[in-house]
Design a protein around this ligand. Structure first.
Ligand SMILES: [Zn+2]
Length: 338
């Protein structure tokens, strides 16, 4: 028996010397030390031996097993160490361009809101926020929107129950601020609004608005025009022209819709501007005295203006985005362009 184990040891040493690859060394490990390997076969002989020989033979086998494991691990370790510099020399090419890690970015709508905040901060406006779940009073009544106005039906507003709804405009924040604060007031209120619109390329049941409000003594329409002019020139570029069209909103009088020259075709006419050269970007006007009465402001002393714009809309116009749904799909190919 001793001779047999000695022979196994010699065979193994010879075979190890001949091994040149890691794969062969692993094969050798299986051949000698595996569950069906040569050394395991010796173990199977033990029960058949006379009782007095079993202990000694067992020890020999264990010693052989330990030695074989040592030889093989040493060979594997040596071959692995040799393999590493090979990989470095042959495959690692320092002239290859590196892989840039994916970095996070602000969503394009967040970037627009940040830009808007920055422009108005320079003009002295504070940023305020209001609740998205709102009382009917703040969304309609206090804004001088009559009970029979079509926007108050549940075709145009999400009602939660009775007089509680999801706000359909950020103008609600105006009232909440004026209730707590006396003029002068200069605020913008960005946030989400909700309307039961069918989703298509231009509509979404949720979108973002920025509301602006300025109230003080002696505020005129000219002030409104200049504040919006400053914003438009900064956000869209100094060559962009602006025009006011008379309009109607329940909470402003007089009211206007504000257009800018189409930045995609420079006013020459394209499909985005319906070949008119102009695109509407916001609604604005002088605050209706009825609104001031709701918050107990002296309408003889104070005047003010308000404006509201869609964040998605101005972002789409600035970047030439044709489908509003792109903002909400979280497609990294779209988002990484901003
Ligand atoms: Zn155009």
């Amino acid at each position: 028996m001793l001779k047999k184990t000695e022979k196994v040891k010699r065979d193994l040493q010879e075979e190890i010397r001949a091994v040149t690859t890691l794969k062969d060394a692993e094969q050798l490990k299986i051949k000698y030390l595996g569950r069906k390997g040569i050394i395991q076969d010796f173990m199977k002989l033990i029960p058949a031996l006379p009782a007095e020989q079993r202990a000694e033979f067992g020890q020999q086998i264990n010693a052989l097993k330990a030695e074989a494991a040592n030889f093989i691990e040493e060979a594997i370790g040596k071959l692995s160490r040799e393999a590493i510099p090979k990989v470095n020399n042959e495959i690692f090419d320092i002239t290859l361009p590196g892989k840039l890690p994916l970095t996070g970015k602000k969503h394009p709508l967040t970037q627009t809101i940040d830009d808007v905040k920055e422009v108005f901060a320079r003009l002295g406006f504070d940023v305020v926020y209001g609740p998205e779940v709102e009382l009917e009073y703040y969304n309609f009544e206090a804004l001088n929107i009559p009970a029979d106005h079509p926007s108050r039906t549940d075709f145009d507003t999400f009602y939660i129950k009775n007089d509680i709804l999801l706000r359909s405009q950020t103008s609600t924040v105006q009232i909440r601020v004026m209730e707590k604060q006396k003029p002068p007031i200069r605020i913008i209120a960005p946030g989400k609004v909700y309307r039961p619109d069918t989703v298509d390329a231009r509509h979404s049941f949720m979108f973002h608005q920025v509301e602006g409000l300025l109230v003080d003594e002696g505020v005129s329409f000219a002030d409104l025009k200049e504040v919006l002019n400053q914003f438009i020139k900064t956000y869209f570029g100094k060559d962009v022209r602006m025009r006011f069209r008379p309009s109607f909103f329940p909470f402003t009088e007089p009211s206007a819709e504000v257009d800018i020259s189409c930045s995609l075709c420079s006013g020459k006419g394209c499909s985005v501007c319906s070949y008119s050269g102009w695109v509407e970007i916001l609604g604005a006007g002088m605050v209706d005295p009825h609104v001031f009465k709701a918050v107990h402001y002296d309408t003889e002393k104070y005047t003010g203006f308000a404006f509201g714009m869609g964040v998605e809309r101005i972002t789409m116009l600035k970047h030439g985005i044709s489908d509003i749904r792109l903002f909400y799909e979280n497609d990294i190919r779209f988002l990484s362009q901003f």
